[in-house]
Design a protein around this ligand. Structure first.
Ligand SMILES: *Cc1c(COP(=O)(O)O)cnc(C)c1O
Length: 399
């Protein structure tokens, strides 16, 4: 089918929830995507921080092929060696003792919200159910995760939100103190706000939040759906802050594109889920776990990808700062950690993303005026140089 026909098909048959670039891809290898009309694109979006190993990494492809031939799905009514292996891998590399598997980020956050309420009401009484989240946060589109999301624009038209959520300014200690009371059950935060425009917080803030939660019998939930699994140069972003959460959610990069997500927690909290409390038909299935095991094992092999992420992230960031230095009237700020970087512009930036697209570079514009970069961790200096040269030209034209 030609591109024009596909676009017509999208418009005719697919719910109109996304603004799409006018392209359809048929093949991907590493950093490169190939369109149906034979053009090549360098992918700095990586399926929105999903394809950490690049497209069609051979280890992931082989794991999926082998598993698809043997067994795809059996349900959670039976044991599953792949789910055991994957959960052990995640626990061995984190604070957690137990894992609940689901299929999307929002669904992992639903599990986090539910277990936080169950644990807190069971241990401290039915009035302790409130969850404090941050303004400008993003936790997903289901009603619970949406209610946790501290952005009015996502709530529009879907009210009423679930009761029991309260939003405070991110990276603001006083705001959190003021919002806390005896009904506060949990504080739920992203280590770096991804969709909200790659907004970072200080180490002091996260250390305060951790202590504040511990002192007041409040659970700390970290949504690492975007920041987790190597994206910021550490396996989990909380490692940058020298803290540990009580509950953590991951999704995007976990299965390299095969849908799988997880909620990780400690034994003491996990105990509040008992048989029948919660579930997911597809959660932790054989195929998705096989894809995730191959992804995580490849990511952690020799630690090379993590250290490369830190090195290339620093290289990329300083190249973006050069652009800011050159065009301070257009670029407001460059921020982020590892290979989750954002460049805030003085103006709406979808045109810049479109101009990059026309030059064969895939990036995305989030929070209206922030260019977001989250390439596969296999990105090279040459790829970064090429993108930054093109960005310099495009931003220079705006200046
Ligand atoms: C993407 C994202 C989600 C939602 O994940 P879905 O798989 O789209 O449900 C939730 N939280 C954060 C921080 C995300 O980046």
């Amino acid at each position: 089918m030609e591109t024009k026909k596909i676009i017509e098909g999208t418009n005719k048959y697919i719910a109109n929830t996304y603004k799409r670039f006018p392209v359809a891809f048929v093949k991907g290898r590493g950093m490169t995507l190939y369109s149906i009309d034979g053009k090549e694109y360098t992918d700095f979006l990586a399926g929105v921080a999903v394809n950490i190993l690049g497209h069609c990494h051979p280890k992931v492809v082989i794991a999926i092929q082998k598993q698809a031939q043997r067994l795809i799905h059996t349900s959670n009514h039976y044991h599953n060696e792949h789910a055991v292996k994957l959960s052990r891998l995640l626990c061995d590399h984190s604070f957690a003792d137990k894992v609940f598997f689901a299929n999307s980020g929002a669904e992992a956050n639903e599990a986090a919200i539910k277990i936080a309420r169950k644990y807190s009401t069971k241990h401290y009484g039915e009035k302790k159910y409130e969850i404090i989240t941050a303004l400008n946060s993003f936790h997903g589109r289901t009603m619970g995760a949406l209610s946790a999301t501290g952005q009015e624009k996502f709530h529009q038209g879907f009210q009423p939100m679930l009761p029991g959520f309260k939003y405070v300014a991110f990276n603001n200690i006083d705001a959190l103190k003021a919002a806390t009371n005896e009904s506060t059950a949990a504080v739920m935060l992203e280590p770096i706000q991804g969709e909200g425009g790659v907004k970072v917080a200080s180490k002091e803030y996260f250390q305060f939040v951790r202590n504040h939660c511990t002192e007041n019998n409040i659970l700390l939930i970290l949504d690492e759906i975007q920041t987790g699994l190597g994206r910021t140069g550490r396996f989990f972003a909380y490692e940058h802050y020298d803290i540990e959460p009580d509950i953590l959610t991951i999704a995007k990069a976990l299965g390299s594109g095969i849908p799988i997500s997880a909620m990780l927690t400690r034994d003491k909290i996990a105990e509040s889920f008992d048989q029948g409390s919660h579930g997911a038909t597809f959660g932790g299935g054989h195929l998705a776990c096989a894809a995730a095991i191959a992804s995580i094992e490849t990511l952690l092999e020799d630690g090379i990808l993590l250290s490369e992420c830190r090195r290339l992230g620093a290289y990329f960031k300083s190249a973006l700062l050069e652009i800011q230095k050159k065009y301070p009237n257009i670029v407001v700020e460059v921020r982020g950690e590892g290979l989750l970087l954002g460049m805030e512009l003085v103006r709406e930036c979808s045109q810049v993303a479109m101009a990059c697209f026309e030059r064969g570079m895939l990036i995305n514009c989030t929070a209206n005026n922030v260019l977001r970069f989250c390439p596969p961790l296999i990105v090279t200096e040459e790829d970064i140089d090429k993108l930054c040269a093109i960005l310099t030209e495009i931003i220079g034209r705006l200046s």
